[in-house]
Design a binder for this molecule. Structure first.
Ligand code: GLP
Length: 262
């Protein structure tokens, strides 16, 4: 049950924006929807971003596993991205985040886990491998993403073409700086390996989450400025079935009257 009824902020075409009271309510809503999806299709192909935004959602999915009798043993789990050159054992890597918060507690079978090896000598090969796996799995059922303060999703930085599949990206200065928050000491973050927006556009359902006032400016730009590769997250408005979950802080720059501009 939601602690606060979600306020439907706007529904336009196939995009729904919901504003929830706070991070906890937002996470509860997302976890509920994902559990519903898994109950409907136990071998759902789920792709997750790592980071602070989806952390509580993943933890709640773990917490609710027993009480709601959710069977996670058949899900297929895809990691959205990884920092190039960072090992999966390094605390702060996307892989270690996924194992700690979700995969290990739920004992998701190894063969159902698909994460980029960002230490691979052949990173392009890693990209092809991920694209092949997604194809073999029949595509992504739900793609759960966050948003960077510069509007990136995964490591699709501003001006990345929207028709890319997996690729290696040069990280923007702001991404390198903000990314330090995940690591214990100063860490060299130069490149990322990431799913592309073609994957996002092809996913059957898209869930974008944003929390906190720090995201309010970019959320407003992504949802109200003209759709453009300059604002990567504006791609969500091109998706056939997207749900944008915001907490009141992330939504604070939006006005309910402001219509989305195409
Ligand atoms: C990171 C990741 C993204 C993530 C975003 C927001 O750089 N590459 O996948 O969604 O930035 O992170 P957070 O949720 O910690 O704010």
């Amino acid at each position: 049950m939601l602690s606060l009824k979600a306020l439907i902020f706007s529904k336009k075409d196939n995009m729904t924006v919901e504003v929830l009271k706070d991070y906890h309510s937002l996470s509860e809503r997302a976890a509920g929807l994902l559990i519903e999806q898994i109950k409907k299709k136990k071998d759902s192909v789920l792709c997750f971003a790592s980071g602070d935004t989806p952390r509580l959602t993943l933890q709640m999915m773990v917490e609710k596993a027993k009480a709601e009798a959710v069977n996670y043993s058949e899900i297929q789990f895809i990691g959205l991205d990884e920092w190039v050159g960072i090992s999966p054992e390094t605390s702060g890597s996307c892989s270690s985040f996924f194992y700690e918060t979700f995969l290990s507690p739920l004992q998701v079978p190894k063969e159902n886990i698909h994460l980029f090896d960002a230490m691979a000598a052949d990173l392009q090969g890693e990209c092809f491998k991920m694209d092949r796996i997604i194809g073999e799995l029949g595509g992504i059922d739900v793609m759960v993403v966050g948003i960077g303060v510069n509007g990136h999703i995964g490591f699709n930085e501003p001006n990345t073409p929207w028709n890319l599949q997996s690729h290696v990206a040069q990280l923007h200065e702001i991404t390198r700086t903000v990314g330090q928050k995940y690591f214990e000491g100063s860490t060299d973050l130069t490149e990322g390996i990431t799913l592309g927006f073609q994957h996002l556009l092809d996913a059957r359902n898209l869930l974008l989450m944003a929390s906190g006032t720090g995201k309010s400016g970019i959320v407003k730009a992504a949802l109200t400025e003209p759709c453009s590769e300059k604002i990567p997250a504006s791609v969500v408005r091109r998706h056939v079935q997207s749900l944008i979950l915001l907490d009141a802080h992330a939504a604070s720059s939006l006005s309910p009257q402001a219509p989305a501009v195409e």
